[in-house]
Design a protein around this ligand. Structure first.
Ligand code: GDP
Length: 218
């Protein structure tokens, strides 16, 4: 089904998060992991900036996602700033506590975090730190192994085995923005998580959820 995506807003302050009652999917990963390319290839449109775009922002960028022919948007993609090649802890000490940390910890509509990892490079400590953080925050996540087209069949098998060992409690979905490999699998994960979150929220009494989630960092 064709997907229509619309940029909603870029936010760098926890008080500005959009007040939407839609399940959200967060995209996380180190700079240059291929995050923009994954988002663009999922929606079939160049909505996210790529690394070659100058002046790349350090915002959380929110996109509304709708299926063609459906009247209302069904979910939101949240594109989080890529973290550096240095240790994630440095980023955490600067930028994370002010709005990324509260987003990941408190956002009631957050259905699933996609942790993007380049399957062409050895396991990185910063990715491990991120998944440890998500686990402690009780956030469901899956690992997306990006740029899978760059590896041969055997190399990819080995790389996926390594990633499965590094992240034993979660699924690892190989993905290529270049060839479209993994596109349907990743959409299945996204829609499954979004549906579950939408159903859980529908069971809550009206007004029971805090959709604004502008709570202060703890
Ligand atoms: P971001 O910084 O994480 O948003 O990364 P980008 O999406 O801008 O991609 C970083 C670089 O990796 C760019 O040069 C892309 O062309 C390249 N890239 C991204 N995805 C793929 C992929 O699936 N296959 C290959 N071969 N290259 C990719």
């Amino acid at each position: 089904m064709r997907v229509l995506a619309r940029f909603l807003m870029g936010v760098s302050d926890a008080r500005q998060f959009p007040a939407l009652d839609l399940p959200e999917i967060a995209f996380l990963g180190r700079s240059n992991v291929g995050k923009s390319s994954v988002i663009n290839s999922l929606v079939g449109n160049k909505i996210a900036r790529t690394s070659s775009t100058p002046g790349r922002t350090r915002n959380i960028n929110f996109f509304e996602i709708r299926w063609a022919g459906k009247p209302k948007p069904e979910l939101v993609f949240a594109d989080l700033p890529g973290y550096g090649f240095a240790k994630l802890s440095r980023e955490i000490s600067q930028q994370w506590p002010t709005f990324i940390d509260p987003y990941l910890k408190d956002r009631s509509t957050l259905a699933l975090c996609l942790v993007l990892v380049d399957c062409n490079v050895p396991p990185q400590e910063s990715d491990q730190q991120l998944t440890t953080f998500l686990r402690s925050a009780g956030r469901p996540f899956i690992v997306v192994a990006t740029k899978s087209d760059k590896l041969s069949g055997n190399q990819l098998t080995n790389s996926l085995r390594t990633l499965t060992q590094q992240f034993p409690e979660t699924r690892v979905v190989p993905y290529s923005a270049k060839t479209g490999a993994g596109h349907d699998d990743l959409w299945r994960e996204i829609r499954g998580a979004a549906l579950t979150t939408a159903e859980v929220r529908a069971l809550r009494p009206a007004g029971g959820g805090d959709l604004r989630t502008g709570s202060a960092p703890s």
